[in-house]
Write a protein that binds this ligand. Sequence first.
Ligand SMILES: Cc1cc2nc3c(=O)[nH]c(=O)nc-3n(C[C@H](O)[C@H](O)[C@H](O)COP(=O)(O)O)c2cc1C
Length: 274
Amino acid sequence: MLAFHIDQELCIQCGECVRDCPYSVIELRGDVPVIAHGREEKCIRCQHCLAVCPTGALSILGKDPVNSVALAGNLPTAAQMETLIKGRRSVRWYEPEPIAADVIAHLLDVVAHGPTGINNRRVLFTVIEDQETMRTLRQETMTGIRRAVEEKRLPAGLEFYEQLLGAWDAGRDIIFRDAPHLLAVSAPQGGPSPEQDTVIALAYFELLACSAGLGTLWDGLAKWALTAILPDMPAKLGIPEHHLLGYMMLFGKPAVRYHRTVQRGEPRVNRVRW
Ligand SMILES: Cc1cc2nc3c(=O)[nH]c(=O)nc-3n(C[C@H](O)[C@H](O)[C@H](O)COP(=O)(O)O)c2cc1C
C-alpha cells in the first residue's frame, strides 16, 4: 500500500508529480493525481512526488509533507559548499571524549538520505559508540596482527603491518588514530552497486560531520586489517556475511584545527568533443 493521498484544497493540478515520477506510477484522473491502474507495484518509493509538489498537497507512504524541510532559503550556498569541500581534512588527532549517541544517530539519519543504486536498498551503518568496545577492538586487532606477524602469514602486500605493530608497541596507534569512534558501511552483495552505495554514504558522512565540527578519517589501514588480516572480524562486528563491507571511517572531536583550505593543482579533466 502506498498510502497515496492528495489534499484537494492544496492541489493546483500542475501535474509535476505525474511528470517527475520515474516509473509513471501517477496519472491525472480528471484534474486529480491518482495512482495509475496496475502501476502501484512499480513505485520505487523515492518520494519525488512528495518533494516536487509545490503546494505540499501530496502525501505518500504515510509521509506528511509538513514534516519535510522546505528547500527555499534553506540550502547552503555554492560558496559555503566550496569551502566545506576544500576545507575538509583527514583528521588524525582526536580528543578522547566520545560524541553523544544522539548526535551520531542524527548524523546517520541524515546520511541515510543519500542515493543508492536501487532506491530503498539501504546501506547498513555499523558504528562503535562506546569507548570500551573501541578499546577492545584496538586490542584484538593488534593481537591478531601480532599473531599474523609471528606466524609469518601477513597477506602479500600487507607486510608493512609489522611496522604498524612496532609503532603500536611504541605507543602510536597508526591504524585507529586513538579515535573514539569507527563507522563501517556495508550493503548486501548482489545489488547493482553495493560498493558505490557504501562509499557515497561515507562521503556524505564525512562532509556532514565536518560541517558539524567533527573530524573523520577514511581508514584503509583498518579496513585491510579487519578484512584481509582478521577475516573473522566483520562477522564479530555484526556485519552480515552476505554484505560487502565498503569502507571504514574514524570519527570524533578533532584535536587539531585547520585554519585554511589546501591548494590542489588543476583538476585532471578529459573534455570530450566529438
Ligand atoms: C579510500 C581512502 C583511504 C584512506 N586511508 C587512510 C588510512 O588508512 N590512514 C590515513 O592516515 N589516511 C587515510 N586516508 C586519507 C588520505 O591519506 C588523505 O585523504 C590524503 O592524504 C589527503 O589529505 P586530506 O584528506 O586532508 O585532503 C585515506 C583516504 C581515502 C580516500
